[in-house]
Design a protein around this ligand. Structure first.
Ligand code: PHE
Ligand code: ZN
Length: 882
């Protein structure tokens, strides 16, 4: 591998406090399309905790330095040195001093979308994790907190709107010119990664919020001209988030204004810059005609997430990037709780666990596995992962399960109290929960340090005579990259013992204690728990609510699972019982496919789902979840090695056809009963009805039966909202090769001017499980609606192909792997972050059958051999091959 491709690792154990601190930053930014000039005035002082006598080392990336002065005097050329990544002031006086640095950058040439760049003509910034150094020279690390004042100047014509962090101070014309300016001041010390500015021709909607202590906050959402009608839902979600954070966590907003800007070109979902969140417009813009219920739910969740960062991330930030989960895992947990309170808690939990299993479990089982808090990285951009975010949230959720509602809140209160204004660590966080509750969390902390998904094997033994029920639990944690040996974890195992009548039996352990809040603490490799006074054989409902992010196997029989699917008081496990039956069926059916044996009978699943479908007490959204059988990648993960994606696909299709046939009357009945009753509304109850109706349609049309397709065509024709229209389109695209092209063409004609809807159209086509799809996707890369420059387009087309089309990405002839490798190389020169994410689609390559594994390896080696790879792609490819 070329040397430049693999940067030197950064290690957590090497952390040292900064040698110089920055108290204030004054920026004067003169916006210009190709030569924006940034004048930075930094008030620096030596850090008493740093090394005495240190030079001032500032980070910089692709900057053109125009001038530098110390306390008003230009620095002589011999007084400083620059390298590709740094500017060092040699032998500075060891006292408080001022540096004035003038740099010039070209925002129009910035295709990495890090630092200052342009999106649809507007100027915007992205600084997390290390983008501020692409604007000016700075100690660009999160433990340097400063107070920022930002003056932005631009042509009034080009950029009538000028925004930055904090509160507006002043604005006006630049006398005698066509330019104007605005000054913003952010009183809260913050790390450079939270800096942002925006300049452009934008429309806005406004509103206000009155905080718990009566302070009025002006709210603004800025969008591309003409799109304000689509910002209303985001504003509503913002106000609900602000209220919720006061009520649930006691967190009040702390500036006079809160602004959100939606841009079309963005590497990630959104960014929590202080007082000025910048969003991928996909997570702001919604109307019934253009957004699905899932889009609405995502917008609500992400608006909340970025807002919640104001306390968990901004007021308390991270000491270094190893602590990323300190803000991300915690903030994901908070946004999950918010959405649970706004919608259905069980359904939210089910979809969160689906996401975790679908993305994080495979990551944890492959070559890219890493701890929630990594101890080393070569490129921090590659650690914005499902493990840091989703598993990080699970770890916080486990804390809450262990401590209970009040103990958890006490820990959070102490955290806000003790660390407000700090750049903190995971240890700081855990100490708050330990101190507030008087407990020891040393073993629990292993969740942050050990990677891999723990496995729990559980077996139950009822003794009729002794009236006892014993659970034997064996805990194992597989080896992962860099961690051959593991220590046992603390696993909070929520459970219930379900009696023959379907009700929970009282749980009393033989030591006389009750399993507190229904949770057993598994802390050792092997452990037994004995319950007394158990008069009847119970069925154990294990890991209720998915209390721990583990892979659990048990000795429950299929009949036990059918029983739980009908009766479990825990809705998550009711869902999970049926999924477990389906997964076992699919694993067996896949093996049968490959060896030419007869397929197993789906009778048990039919029974479980039939009961679910006809249970009028259940939430429609819940039933919809139950009807959706495990995905192809769920099955691949369960099989774990020698995976043949075609066999999995065939087995899954056969199961869906069988369910369709066996449940037809019930599915048709539910479809008809959940017809729309009024105009579209995005609320959870209405969305739940649509979800159920659409899940029924999806199954009814499985395999392309004539009545199912007729229904789908009518559904497509009659739809008055994007949820229904797009579901019908996908049903047709996947199951009706004859009706597909016409429907796709009609959809494109209708929405061709709407890039976010065109993304759906691209993604759908990339997911069709047919050999023709690769050619179709290749063709679409030349379609006028596609662009390699826009991350949303690339993710929709190429990302969906690589990440959501198991059979075609993993084609037996290797053409799918080659195509994605080529796309990664094509993109790397332009946008390394997006390229590296795409390459991570290879994360499960080692579990493929030998032929496909060889083709994946060839593709990866070809990427690795390319000279001049970015650090982002170089890091992913080298870890993938390790
Ligand atoms: N911090 C953002 C979030 O999760 C994610 C992000 C990371 C955005 C890096 C841009 C760049 O809320
Ligand atoms: Zn976040």
């Amino acid at each position: 591998m070329p040397r430049d491709a693999v940067p030197q690792p950064v290690r957590l154990s090497d952390y040292r406090p900064p040698d110089w601190l920055v108290d204030t930053v004054h920026l004067d930014v003169r916006l210009h399309p190709t030569a924006t000039r940034i004048l930075a005035r930094l008030a620096l002082r030596p850090n008493p905790e740093g090394r005495e006598g240190s030079p001032i080392v500032l980070d910089g990336d692709e900057l053109s330095l125009k001038s530098i002065a110390l306390d008003g005097t230009p620095l002589a050329g011999s007084a400083y040195v620059t390298t590709a990544g740094t500017l060092t002031v040699l032998a500075p006086p060891q006292r408080a001093l001022t540096l004035e640095i003038e740099t010039v950058v070209d925002p129009s040439a910035n295709t990495k979308l890090m630092g200052l760049y342009r999106s649809s003509g507007a100027y915007c910034t992205q600084c997390e994790a290390e983008g501020f150094r692409r604007i000016t020279y700075f100690p660009d690390r999160p433990d340097v907190l400063a107070v920022y004042t930002t003056r932005i100047e631009a042509e009034r014509e080009e950029a009538p709107v000028l925004l930055a962090n904090g509160n507006p101070v002043e604005s006006g014309a630049v006398e005698g010119t066509s330019r104007h300016y605005a000054i913003w001041h952010d009183p809260w010390p913050k790390p450079s990664y939270l800096f942002a500015l925006v300049g452009g021709r934008l429309d806005r909607i406004t509103d206000h919020f009155v905080t718990a202590t009566g302070k009025k906050v002006e709210l603004g959402i800025y969008v591309e001209p003409g799109k304000t009608e689509r910002a209303g839902y985001a504003m509503d979600a913002l106000k609900r988030s602000m209220r919720w954070d006061e009520e649930v966590f006691g967190c009040e907003y702390d500036l006079d204004v809160f602004n959100i800007v939606a841009v079309a070109d963005f590497n990630m979902g959104a960014m929590e810059n202080k007082g000025l969140n910048i969003f991928n417009d996909k997570y702001v813009l919604a109307s019934p005609e253009t957004a699905t219920d899932a889009d609405y739910a995502n917008i609500e969740g992400i608006i909340a997430h970025e807002y919640f960062h104001n306390w968990t991330g901004n007021r308390i930030t991270c000491r270094d990037w190893f602590q990323l989960c300190l803000k991300e895992g915690l903030t994901v947990f908070r946004d999950q709780e918010f959405s649970s309170d706004q919608r259905s808690r069980p359904v939210k939990r089910i979809s969160d666990v689906r996401l975790l299993k679908g993305h994080q479990f495979p990551e944890d089982a492959g070559p890219l596995a890493h701890p929630v808090r990594p101890s080393t990285y070569r490129e921090i951009n590659n650690f914005y992962t499902a493990t840091v975010y989703e598993k990080g949230a699970e770890v916080v959720r486990m804390l809450k399960t262990l401590l209970g509602e009040e103990g958890f809140r006490a820990g959070m209160d102490l955290y806000f109290d003790r660390h407000d204004g700090d750049a903190a660590t995971v240890e700081d966080f855990l100490a708050c929960f330990a101190d507030a509750n008087g407990i020891d969390l040393t073993q629990f902390a292993l969740w942050y340090a050990q990677s891999g998904t723990p496995h729990l094997a559980v077996s139950g033994h009822w003794d009729a005579q002794a009236r006892t029920y014993r659970l034997d639990v064996v805990q194992t944690l597989p080896p992962t990259p860099g961690q051959p040996e593991k220590q046992p974890m603390v696993i909070p195992l929520a459970l219930g013992l379900v009696g023959p009548d379907g009700n929970d039996l009282p749980m009393r352990l033989d030591d006389g204690t009750n399993a507190e809040r229904g949770v057993l603490l598994v802390t050792r490799p092997r452990q037994s728990f004995v319950f007394r006074d158990v008069a009847e054989r119970p069925v154990a409902s294990l890991n209720r609510g998915f209390s721990a992010p583990v892979k659990l196997t048990s000795d429950l029989t299929t009949q036990d699972l059918v029983f739980l699917a009908r009766h479990d008081a825990d809705p998550f496990n009711r869902f999970d019982a049926a999924q477990t039956i389906a997964l076992a069926h699919l694993v067996e059916a896949t093996a049968a496919r490959r060896t030419g044996r007869d397929l197993p009978s789906p009778a048990a699943l039919v029974e479980a789902l039939g009961a679910t479908l006809s249970d009028a007490t259940l939430d429609p959204a819940f039933i919809a979840q139950a009807l959706s059988v495990p995905s192809e990648s769920d099955v691949a993960r369960e099989i774990a090695d020698d995976v043949d994606p075609d066999a999995i696909h065939d087995a899954r299709q056969a199961l869906r056809r069988a369910l369709s046939a066996a449940l037809r009357p019930a599915l048709e009945g539910a479809y008809d009963r959940h017809a729309p009753t009024g105009a579209y509304a995005p609320d959870a109850a209405s969305a739940g009805r649509r979800a159920l109706r659409n899940a029924c349609l999806d199954l009814l049309a499985a395999g392309g039966t004539a009545p199912g397709l007729a229904r789908a065509l009518a559904h497509f024709r009659d739809a008055d909202n994007m949820t229904d229209r797009f579901l019908a389109l996908s049903v047709l695209a996947h199951n009706a090769p004859d009706a597909r092209e016409e429907a796709l063409a009609a959809f494109y004609e209708r929405f061709r001017d709407d890039p976010l809807v065109v993304d759906k159209w691209l993604a759908l086509q990339a997911q069709i499980a047919e050999p023709g799809t690769l050619e179709r996707v290749r063709g679409l890369t030349g379609h006028p609606a596609f662009s390699w420059g826009n991350p949303n387009r690339v993710r929709s087309l190429v990302g969906s192909f690589a990440g959501a089309n198991q059979t075609q990405f993993n084609r037996a002839d290797g053409a799918g792997h080659d195509f994605v490798a080529d796309a990664v190389l094509e993109l790397d020169g332009r946008n390394p972050q997006v390229a590296a994410r795409l390459l991570a689609a290879f994360k499960s390559w080692r579990s493929l059958e030998p032929g496909r594994r060889a083709s994946a390896e060839r593709a990866l080696r070809r990427v690795a051999a390319k000279p001049g790879l970015s650090p982002d792609v170089g890091d992913i490819v080298s870890r993938s091959l390790e």
